[in-house]
Design a protein around this ligand. Structure first.
Ligand code: SF4
Length: 339
């Protein structure tokens, strides 16, 4: 067994899911143990799925505090899935002899192997960018879509929340109307509300609203407009409960965010709405996903807020999301050859 491979995970949930084939290859590699380094909240998603790995929590506030903890595990190689200078400094401080990442942000001298992207950043799917980097680090990663299975503890956590919310045994959809990144990724609450009303009328399904605490304002607005066909669980889900809820739902609709990627990785019918970001770079590329995107002349701009009125988001109509949802639900109901 070789010295551990440290994998510095991305800081955003959506990026973590897009890097999942790499996380899996590292976590299941029998030639060397994996040591994952990332936000504390991701430990509950990563840790239980890779029993022989270790997880070290990282926080922006104490970005170099884990150097000693890492050094004690003696990793031989660090694979940096972030482009930050601080991740290169931390792994150098921890004395990891081989440090591999994309050249970026003045950190070249700290990397022992600087990987060239080959094509400009954001010009190819992000999943491919992570695969390219991992292969440069000698990991054997399959060309595959991110795929995550819900665990029994995820289902139990979701079942408990559903009991408390009074939606046990009911069909339900999940809507994620927030986006921590900024307003340029947030579709209007009235349109999410129209989708919730349509799902209730057509499928008899209420819509569970999820997101981080910071998403409570758009969620409250969706609930105010759509009324009793929504259940607001924003701020109430940790990652296991979120995975369990998404897994039990009939459909997920989300802005371009972690929820969208997680739902796609769980193979749920998923409608994703794009604003300032690019579906070329960050769409979930699966047959059970529909990405709604208005190709504005200024898009993608990758801004957090819009200086000219959010036209790219406003021009996406609720009927497009309803149409995509109906189509996906129809496909999901078709019998498969195995059934
Ligand atoms: S500048 Fe253009 S692409 Fe960017 S958020 Fe505004 S309308 Fe959308």
């Amino acid at each position: 067994m070789g010295r551990p491979l440290l994998v510095r995970l991305p800081n955003w949930l959506g990026d973590l899911v897009q890097a999942w084939p790499v996380v899996q290859a590292a976590g299941l590699d029998r030639s060397r143990p994996a040591l994952f380094l990332g936000p504390a909240s991701f430990a509950a998603l990563v840790g239980p799925r890779f029993a022989s790995s270790e997880y070290i929590s990282w926080s922006r506030a104490r970005r170099f505090a884990s150097a000693g903890e890492i050094r004690r595990r003696r990793p031989g190689t660090a694979l940096l899935l972030t482009d930050s200078l601080s991740s290169a400094i931390l792994t150098a401080l921890a004395g990891i002899p081989e440090r591999i990442g994309y050249a970026a942000e003045f950190r070249d001298l700290l990397l022992t192997r600087r990987v060239s992207r080959g094509i400009p950043s954001r010009a190819a799917p992000r999943v491919q960018e992570y695969l390219h980097l991992a292969r440069a680090a000698g990991l054997e990663v399959e060309e595959t879509l991110p795929s995550i299975e819900a665990l029994q503890e995820d289902r139990d956590a979701a079942a408990s929340l559903r009991r408390q919310a009074g939606i046990e045994g009911e069909p339900f959809a999940v809507l994620a109307p927030g986006a921590t990144f900024g307003a340029a990724k947030r579709w209007e609450p009235a349109k999410f509300a129209a989708l919730a009303a349509a799902l209730h009328a057509r499928e008899g399904a209420r819509s569970v609203l999820v997101g981080a605490k910071e998403d409570s304002e758009p969620a409250r607005e969706v609930a105010r407009i759509a009324g009793a066909c929504t259940v607001d669980l924003v701020g109430a889900t940790d990652l296991p409960a979120l995975v369990g809820l998404l897994d039990a739902s009939i459909l997920v609709a989300s802005n371009d965010s972690g929820v969208m990627h997680l739902a796609a990785a769980l193979r749920k019918p998923t409608v994703g709405v794009f604003g300032s970001t690019s579906p070329v770079w960050s769409a979930a590329l699966a047959p059970w996903v529909r990405s709604l995107y208005a190709a504005y002349p200024c898009s993608p701009c990758f801004r957090r807020t819009c200086p000219i009125g959010y036209g790219c988001l406003r021009s996406i109509d609720a009927t497009q999301a309803i149409g995509a949802a109906v189509e996906l639900l129809g496909t999901a109901r078709l019998p498969t050859s195995a059934s």
